[in-house]
Design a protein around this ligand. Structure first.
Ligand SMILES: NC(=O)c1ccc[n+]([C@@H]2O[C@H](COP(=O)([O-])OP(=O)(O)OC[C@H]3O[C@@H](n4cnc5c(N)ncnc54)[C@H](OP(=O)(O)O)[C@@H]3O)[C@@H](O)[C@H]2O)c1
Length: 304
């Protein structure tokens, strides 16, 4: 069986590629540029293509059986997703696993949530077997916070205090691979959440303990300044990010929603993820510990 993975060079897609290879699946990775040597294991077939170009997308979909569909954080998400989906259907693929977002239908004022919900509905209404994954806030976002945490000592994400559900991209990838290789996942929508939730004050306390210094919570009272900062410096949840003005506003709306209404998960949802994985999902505290160890070890390494 061969699976086309979109977003294959990104945070989630690269883990999906690994998880599929581990399950003995043939993988074709879609990317816009020839990847640098070593980006993928040699077994991975590269398809050069662009989801804004239906011809190159159709070419990438030839002679594959299934599709893992991830669209980057871009304004024409719905166009790219439905283009790839319709071409996959036309090419006779047997399944699509689509990466949406947790509570896609509850935050319709946020453009990227509304786009994902529209794509979900089109996939549900279409006649192609599907699995929809609804991941919560990626734990890996915290990698982008290194400078703020180890430098100024501020937890800068306005997460609020109601609770934001989280998930590790490695767990998303494992569920994606399970959905594409095992029976019983057709027509299912899976909420992908961990057991612990993020709050601004809770995160500051976690990082204070792990980094051995006081980390304060930046608060959630001034979304104008939060958006203005993102307009200048880009998405704080990415290690390298160029400013995207529409995204600054989109992320602002998302966190305003989280602060007002929360983005909480339930114990039942966590139990369902554990049942899919056959183990408990990775946690915020566990990932924060991994990151802190990596950052502190790097600091201790002799220079030269
Ligand atoms: N961050 C969160 O907390 C969170 C939570 C839930 C859902 N999500 C969703 O997760 C997705 C992002 O996942 P990620 O962070 O793993 O992605 P990422 O690391 O930002 O990678 C984006 C990928 O998209 C590819 N790409 C971009 N434009 C493309 C185009 N025109 N044609 C083909 N490929 C293109 C890039 O490939 P090349 O550059 O190699 O072409 C890259 O592999 C978004 O849909 C976001 O809404 C994020």
């Amino acid at each position: 069986m061969k699976v086309l993975v979109t977003g294959a060079t990104g945070r989630t897609g690269s883990e999906v590629v690994k998880a599929l290879l581990q399950r003995g699946v043939d993988v074709r990775a879609l990317t816009r540029k020839q990847p640098k040597p070593g980006t993928f294991p040699s077994a991975v077939e590269i398809a050069l293509g662009d989801l804004t170009d239906p011809v190159s997308t159709a070419e990438a979909l030839k002679r594959v059986d299934k599709l893992f569909l991830l669209i980057a954080g871009i304004p024409d998400e719905i166009v790219q997703a439905l283009t790839a989906y319709s071409l996959a259907k036309k090419a006779g693929l047997r399944q699509v696993t689509y990466l949406s977002v947790y509570q896609a239908d509850k935050f319709l004022e946020v453009p990227h949530f509304a786009a994902k919900y529209a794509v979900e509905e089109a996939i549900r209404a279409g006649r192609m077997p599907y699995t929809i994954l609804r991941p919560a806030y990626f734990l890996q976002n915290e990698r982008g916070l290194k400078a703020a945490l180890t430098g100024a000592g501020v937890y800068p994400i306005p997460a609020g205090n109601r609770g934001v559900a989280v998930v590790d991209v490695r767990d998303i990838a494992e569920v994606a691979a399970i959905s594409l290789t095992e029976e019983g996942h057709e027509g299912k929508t899976y909420d992908l959440v961990s057991s612990d939730m993020l709050t601004g004050l809770g995160a500051a306390a976690t990082w204070s303990k792990l980094l051995g210094k006081e980390i304060t919570y930046g608060g959630h009272g001034d979304f104008d300044s939060f958006e203005a900062r993102m307009r200048k410096t880009g998405n704080p949840m990415r290690e390298t990010a160029s400013p995207m003005l529409w995204l600054a506003h989109d992320i602002r709306l998302m966190f305003e929603g989280f602060v007002e209404r929360g983005f909480r998960n339930t114990e039942d949802q966590t139990a369902r993820v554990a049942a899919l994985l056959g183990r408990p999902p990775r946690t915020y505290s566990g990932y924060a510990e991994e990151l802190a160890t990596e950052w502190l070890q790097r600091e201790l390494q002799p220079v030269g």
